[in-house]
Design a protein. Sequence first.
Length: 241
Amino acid sequence: HEGLVQAELQSDVKVVFNTTWAFAALKGDGSIVTWGRAGSGGDSSAVKAQLQSNVTQVFKNVWSFAALKADGSIVTWGDARNGGDNSAVQSQLQGDVREVFSTNSAFAALKGDGSIVTWGDARNGGDSWAVKGQLQGNVRQVFNTVGAFAALREEGSIVTWGHPRSGGDSSAVQVQLQDNVQHVFNTVSAFAALKGDGTIVTWGNAGQGGNSSAVQAQLDGHLALQSDTESSFKTESSLSR
């Protein structure tokens, strides 16, 4: 197997993705080559036929990979409990997927119709049943910490799910997240929403940015969203579990 992988990596590799213990190389012909710890994405033999061509992007969490194909379908492999097995929602991932987001151990797919499909570790965002009604459409963007997701809807409201200590529970500030949210930023386990009036709303792990009460008076109405928001503000979630 190692010799075969090495031969496949001798040419045409465009980009390499990684979980914590495995790699996945996307080649120019749209095929995927994997190696590393088998249970963490290094062994893709179970879905090899689906990874021979037409893969356009690869997403990952700590434990698993999710490949987006040209037809908008998703193929997953890696740790079954942590996103590598999407069989429970596979019928919803056969097409129209636009982008995939991840916590440490779960995935959330944003579809072209604005709906969200989740799978993986239920505690860390893989189970969105409690907010399913709000994720059927009109989702504009998804943000994540290591254990929770926050969906920004077209009307400017926020929907959260996942681990409460990582931002999955926004009930304490839900009234402030009903409208006018422009963008969401994150630390490893907390979220901060920037609203159109320049105010900031925070939730999640208090010690990691989820509690801004000490400086709230300074966060009311004087902040603006820069044009290069992603590069200026967004904090990448750590891959440490």
